[in-house]
Each structure stands twice: as C-alpha cells, then as structure tokens.
Design a protein around this ligand. Structure first.
Ligand code: PHE
Length: 460
C-alpha cells in the first residue's frame, strides 16, 4: 500500500481540484474531458509505468537513474530538466496552495460571506503580505515532512483523508445538481461538441494529464526508487491513474454545474480565464448552502473542504520538493536537511514572483507580452513553460529513452519482477508497442503547443 498511497498522494492535488475544472471550462467542456481521459490511459499510463520502472530498476533520483542506465551520455539532462521543472512548478503551486490555506482560515473565522462577495478573489490575491504568510506556512509544513521523515504518518492520514475528500465531493455534487440551471452545466460537462476540438484543447488536455499524474519530471522515478521489488508496477500505476482521474472527474462534476447555478449570463469560459475559478465558485456554493443549513454549519463545511484540499496539495508539494532534494542529496553529496532547505529557499524566492503577479506588483503582473502583445504575469509564464510545455517534453524524452536506449525488453523485465504473468502476455505486447508511439504523439503535441502558445499559430 505504501507506494500506491504515496504516488496517489502526489498525483491527487490542486491539479485535480483547481486545474481540471479550470481547463475544462476554458476548453469548451465535454470534448476536453473525453480527450483528457483518452490521453490519460493511452499516452500517460505507459509513461507512468516506465517512470516507475526506471526508478525501481536503478533505485536512484532521476539524474542518477539516467546516468546509470546510459553512462557517459547526455540523457541525464532529461533528469536535470525534471529537477528544474519540479522547482519551478512548486514555486507557483505553493502560492495557490497558500490561497487555499487562506480560504480555510477565512472561512473558519467567519469570513465565508466575504469570500463569496463580488471581486473578493482579486482583492485576496492582490494582498502580498497575507499571501506571503500563507505560502510560507505551506512551505514550512512541506519542508518539515521532507526532512522530518514523517512520511509514514502522512500515508496514514492519506488513507483516511482521500476517501473523505471523495465523499465530500459526492455530497456536494448531489447538492449542486439539484440547483436551478445545474443541468445546463451537466450538459456542458458531459455532452461533447466536437466542433470545439481545437489544437488548444488537445494541448491543454495532454499537459493537464501530465501535470495531474505528476508525470514528465521524474517524480515517479523518485517514488519508484523507493518501491520494493515485490510490488506490481502495472497494477499500482493503473490504480494511481484511476484514482487521480476519478477525483479530477468528480471535481469537474461539482464545479462546472456549479458555475451555471451562479446565474444566467455567467460564462464558464470567461470565469476560468485566470486562476480564480474554484475560488469564486466554491464560496458561493457554500453561501447558497447556508440558506438551507445555516451560516455556521455552512462555514464549517466550507472550512473542512478547504482543509481537505490543503491536505491533497500538501501530499503533492512533498513530492515536488522531494525530487530536487533527492537529486542534491545523491548527486552533490549534501545532507538531506541542508539539501531540502536550500531547495525550499530557491523555490520560495522564485515563488515571490508568482505571489506578486496577481495584481500586487505591476512588474510581475505584466511580465512579458505574448503571443501577440498580451501582457502575461510571472505565474502564468511559469505555468506556460514548465507545466504546459515542458512536462509533455519530459514524457516524450523519457519514452524515447525507454524505447530506443534502455529498450523495451528491460522495461518489461522490470515490470515482470513482482508480476510474473506479465512476461509474454497481451499486456506486455501492448505496453512494449505503445512505448514506440508515445514519443511521436507527445512530440507532435509539443510542437503544436509551442506554435499556439508562443506564436499564436493554430494548426487546426
Ligand atoms: N499531480 C499534482 C497535482 O495534481 C501536481 C504535481 C505535478 C506533483 C508534478 C508532482 C509533480 O496537483
């Protein structure tokens, strides 16, 4: 259970609750959801398996692992890119996690009504000092776990809190679906309109899938390196992908219909332009609920829900900090405590740019103009480069490495350890074959992303 819990803990996080509904709303709804699920199981699952296999085979961090499998070549740069992506992704992730923590503190102290008021999200993210405190608190908690070695405790909590999150999601879904106009939202979420299928939808679906599964930067190589040889890589990887998709899908099923209940004229796509979608929608859902169950109880439920999201985010920030830390410990020979402190320091410093890029500082809020002259904030840029562009590149390179350098025979051999029936099975043929396809699909989507995001060129 240890590996599955840790990997699922890494996978389930803000990507599911914050990212998935946001990208679904931005990309026209059901068509996005379908493409997402297809990509998870066809393109991402093989990468999940090969990352775990590389990690377990070598028992090393991503850089050390590639050095060991292909000594004297440049392949370890893929690991270095992963380490760098981990630092950069954590730098904005922790800011958003801080917002969730802030929303918890506000609602537990009676501020739910204010959170639900018009324009509050903009005011909230525009106040730098408060957010610095929230982000700092989150960083300290992450650091304490990564250096304190209380991972066993976290796993125990994950075992209780992840199902609790799912139950709470379900209860809220049932509530929201009985509201007026919710069915229009359900239709938007579930009935595909494939004319909305553009290059952007495909790009977003792939990068969101990589992000949500913690793929493409070696997080699963690192966790795989701690996995016992007796465990079944295939079933573990499959369960992680399934749990992660189930929670993302449920979060969408809650948030998307909830947008439509906010009233006529609220456009899902408009509301999801910035990072604020769930921060605008959720307080209103709970305020609505207050009409039935009273303000105090609704505030209690809201606080509890934000706390659950904080926990989900924490098990992800741990894995994001773990990758660079494991690299520094193994490859630079620095003690774990010092390594984690140095990495956390760098992350926090870079994170200030994201913290200030939502209105607090003009410089960071209008950092670079692209694709055609629109000013983007530091946080958006970090997300565009390290999450939307480079994670799929990591997946492309790791699958290329597995297919052509490490070779599928070795990949199969590692899965067969702990799952003897795999040898010679149809499953083995499938995964050994698909590993040759994944590099091409991800490469094509990468080109597509670069053209669309940075040059405003739409291939379709
Ligand atoms: N998968 C995490 C989430 O969905 C984010 C993450 C990405 C964690 C990459 C580790 C590595 O929130």
């Amino acid at each position: 259970m240890g590996f599955i819990l840790a990997a699922a803990g890494s996978a389930v996080g803000l990507g599911n609750i914050w990212g998935f509904p946001t990208y679904t709303a931005r990309n026209g709804g059901a068509a996005f959801v379908i493409i997402y699920l297809v990509l998870v199981f066809l393109v991402c699952l093989p990468v999940v398996l090969l990352e775990i296999a590389i990690g377990r085979r070598t028992q090393r961090n991503p850089v050390g692992a590639l050095k060991m499998l292909s000594p004297g070549t440049a392949w370890n740069l893929v690991g270095k890119m992963g380490v760098f992506c981990g630092i950069m992704i954590l730098s904005f992730y922790i800011v958003i996690a801080g917002w969730v923590f802030g929303y918890f503190l506000e609602s537990v102290t009676g501020g739910l009504e204010r959170l639900a008021s018009e324009g509050e999200f903009g005011r909230f993210v525009g106040s730098p000092w408060k957010n610095l405190l929230y982000m700092g608190a989150f960083m300290v908690a992450t650091l304490a776990i990564v250096v304190g070695g209380i991972k066993g405790g976290i796993e125990k909590w994950a075992r209780i809190l992840m199902p609790t999150l799912l139950v709470m999601l379900f209860a809220l879904i049932v509530y929201v679906l009985t509201r007026e106009h919710a069915l229009a939202g359900l239709r938007f979420y579930l009935v595909p309109d494939f004319s909305k299928l553009t290059a952007q939808v495909l790009n977003s679906a792939l990068s969101q899938a990589f992000f949500s599964l913690s793929l493409g930067m070696g997080a699963l190589i690192t966790y795989g390196s701690y996995m016992s040889k007796k465990e079944n890589i295939l079933s573990s990887g499959f369960i992680v992908a399934l749990v992660d998709s189930a929670i993302a899908f449920s979060a969408g099923l809650l948030i998307i219909p909830a947008i439509f209940t906010l009233g006529p004229g609220v456009e899902a796509g408009d509301l999801a332009q910035g990072p604020g979608l769930i921060f605008v929608v959720l307080p209103q859902v709970f305020m609505n609920l207050a009409g039935q169950v009273g303000y105090t109880f609704a505030s209690f439920l809201a606080s509890f829900f934000f706390l659950l999201i904080c926990f989900a985010a924490l098990t992800s920030t741990i894995s994001l900090l773990e990758v660079p830390t494991a690299y520094v410990v193994d490859e630079k020979g620095i003690r774990r405590k010092k390594a984690a402190l140095i990495t956390a320091g760098i992350v926090t410093l870079v994170g200030l740019g994201s913290l200030l890029s939502n209105g607090a500082s003009h410089f960071f809020t209008n950092f670079l103009p692209y694709p055609s002259g629109q000013w983007q904030g530091f946080m958006t840029i970090t997300g565009d480069i390290f999450f939307e562009t480079l994670l799929p590149v990591g997946g492309c390179l790791l699958s290329t490495f597995t297919a052509f350098i490490w070779k599928t025979g070795n990949f199969s051999k590692e899965i067969t350890r702990g799952f003897p029936e795999y040898a010679g099975s149809k499953l083995e043929k499938w995964f050994s074959g698909i590993v040759y396809v994944v590099p091409f699909v991800t490469f094509f989507i990468f080109i597509n992303t670069v053209l669309q995001k940075y040059f405003n060129i739409q291939l379709f």
